[in-house]
Design a protein around this ligand. Structure first.
Ligand SMILES: Cc1ncc(COP(=O)(O)O)c(C=O)c1O
Length: 397
C-alpha cells in the first residue's frame, strides 16, 4: 500500500520547506503562534502562567459580553452551524439581510455585504470594483488583505508615501487615467495613525477618483458611537466604499463592505471572493449584530477605552518610549532594531504581559516594533502591571 505522504515528500518543494529561514527562526525564537489553554477577560493562561493580553484588538472589550454569547448560542440552536455554501449558490438567510441593513443604516450607507472574514471583505472591496485598466493609488503601509485585493484585481498600482496626500497628488498629476482609485486605511493597524481623509478626499474629488477605505481599526473606536473614521471627519458620503472586519471592536469573526445600493449590486456580480466563498455563519452573524447593538446602546465601552488609552499613553510617554505618534488604541512601541525588540518582548513576557513583535519587512526598515493595543476591558490593576512591566522591559534594552 502506498503512503501518500511518502510520495509527496519526493517533491523538491520539501527542500524549500525544510530550509526556510523565516520558519526556522520563528520556531527557534518561539515568537508567534502561542497556544493559551484558558482565558478570563484580559487574562490568558499558558502552562500555568498568567498573562495580560496587550495585543488583541478587542478595543471595546466585548469578546465576553453576555448578550453576544447568548446571541451566538441562540443562532446556532435556530439555524445550525453553517449555511454550507456561497450565497449566490444556495442563497443567503434573513439574518444576513438583517445584519446588512443594520450595518448600512448605522454607517450611513445604502447597502452592505457581509463576509466570513475581514480579510475576504477587504480584498473584495477592491476586486469588486477595480479592473486591469484602472490605476490604484495605494498607501505604502496598507494591510495585507488590501494588497491581495490589489494584486487579484490586476489593476496598475502606484504606492505613495504613508499617509502623504501631496505625494499621492504628485503621482496622479502625471499618471491620471479614467479610473483612479484611492485605497486607504481609516486607522493604520500597525502605526495607529488616522488617515488624513479630508486631504485625500479633496484630491480624489479634483481627479474624480474613487475612494476605498478599510476601517478595520477605526470602526467601533472613532466617530459617533464608533461609526468610524469617515463619520469622524463627516465624510461618509465622499467615501465610495467602506470595508472593515468584525474581529476588532465587534469582537467577532467576519467583515463587511458598504456602499451605495448600486455599488453593492455591482460587487455581488464582480468580486470572486463574494461569489465563490461560503456565507458568514449564523453564529458569527448573530454575534456581530449583538455587538453592533451594544455599540449603539452602551457608550460606556467607548468611554472606558479612551480613559484606559489616556493612562496607557501616559505610561509610555513617561518612559520616553517611541509610539510612532499613534493617535488611537493601536499603539506600536518602536525600538528600531530586531534584537532590542526581542529582548523587550521577552522582558514583557517575563512580567506576564503578552504583546506581539513586528519586524522588517513587516514594518519599514528601522521601525522594528512591539505592537500593542489597549482595550476597554483592561482594569486599573492590569494597567498597574503593564506599567511595572514596561519599566522593567525598558531597563533591559
Ligand atoms: C486593516 C485591516 N484590514 C483587514 C484585516 C483583516 O481582518 P480579519 O483578521 O478579521 O480577517 C485586518 C486584520 O488584522 C486589518 O488590520
Amino acid at each position: 500500500m502506498a503512503f501518500p505522504f511518502i510520495n509527496s515528500q519526493k517533491s523538491p518543494l520539501w527542500k524549500r520547506i525544510r530550509s526556510d529561514d523565516s520558519t526556522r527562526l520563528r520556531l527557534k525564537y518561539d515568537t508567534y503562534y502561542h497556544i493559551f489553554d484558558r482565558q478570563e477577560g484580559t487574562r490568558v493562561f499558558k502552562d500555568g502562567k498568567e498573562f495580560i493580553m496587550l495585543s488583541s484588538n478587542d478595543y471595546l472589550g466585548l469578546s465576553h459580553h453576555p448578550k453576544i454569547k447568548e446571541a451566538g448560542i441562540e443562532a446556532i440552536k435556530k439555524w445550525g452551524s453553517s449555511t454550507t455554501g456561497a450565497r449566490l449558490a444556495n442563497g443567503g438567510r434573513i439574518f444576513h439581510q438583517e445584519l446588512e441593513e443594520r450595518l448600512a443604516d448605522f454607517l450611513g450607507k445604502e447597502a452592505c455585504h457581509v463576509y466570513s472574514a475581514g480579510y475576504l471583505a477587504c480584498a473584495s472591496a477592491i476586486t469588486g470594483f477595480a479592473e486591469r485598466k484602472d490605476l490604484i493609488l495605494a498607501d505604502k503601509n496598507l494591510h495585507s488583505s488590501l494588497w491581495s485585493g490589489i494584486q487579484l484585481s490586476g489593476a496598475r498600482c502606484e504606492r505613495f508615501a504613508h499617509n502623504n496626500p501631496s505625494h499621492a497628488a504628485e503621482i496622479l498629476g502625471y499618471k491620471e487615467t479614467d479610473n483612479n482609485i484611492f485605497v486607504l486605511e481609516g486607522v493604520y493597524s500597525m502605526e495607529g495613525h488616522i488617515a488624513k481623509l479630508p486631504e485625500f478626499v479633496k484630491i480624489a474629488q479634483e481627479y474624480k477618483a474613487f475612494v476605498i477605505l478599510d476601517d478595520a481599526h477605526g470602526f467601533g473606536v472613532l466617530g459617533k458611537n464608533g461609526r468610524g473614521t469617515a463619520n469622524h471627519f463627516g465624510m461618509t458620503e465622499q467615501v465610495d466604499v467602506l470595508c472593515a472586519s468584525f474581529s476588532k471592536s465587534l469582537a467577532g469573526a467576519g467583515g463587511f463592505v458598504a456602499s451605495t445600493k448600486e455599488g453593492i449590486d455591482y460587487l455581488r456580480s464582480h468580486s470572486k471572493q463574494t461569489i465563490f466563498s461560503a456565507a458568514l455563519s449564523p453564529a458569527s452573524c448573530a454575534c456581530a449584530q449583538a455587538a453592533l447593538e451594544i455599540m449603539q446602546n452602551e457608550p460606556e465601552h467607548q468611554e472606558r477605552l479612551f480613559k484606559n488609552l489616556e493612562r496607557y499613553r501616559g505610561i509610555l510617554a513617561n518612559l520616553e518610549l517611541d509610539t510612532w505618534e499613534s493617535e488611537t488604541p493601536a499603539i506600536p512601541i518602536v525600538l528600531g532594531e530586531k534584537e532590542k525588540v526581542y529582548y523587550f518582548w521577552k522582558a514583557l513576557l517575563e512580567k506576564g504581559i503578552y504583546a506581539i513583535i513586528s519586524i522588517a519587512p513587516g514594518v519599514p526598515p528601522g521601525k522594528d516594533l512591539i505592537r500593542t493595543a489597549i482595550s476597554a476591558s483592561h482594569t486599573e490593576e492590569d494597567l498597574d502591571r503593564i506599567e511595572e512591566a514596561m519599566t522593567y522591559a525598558k531597563s533591559k534594552i
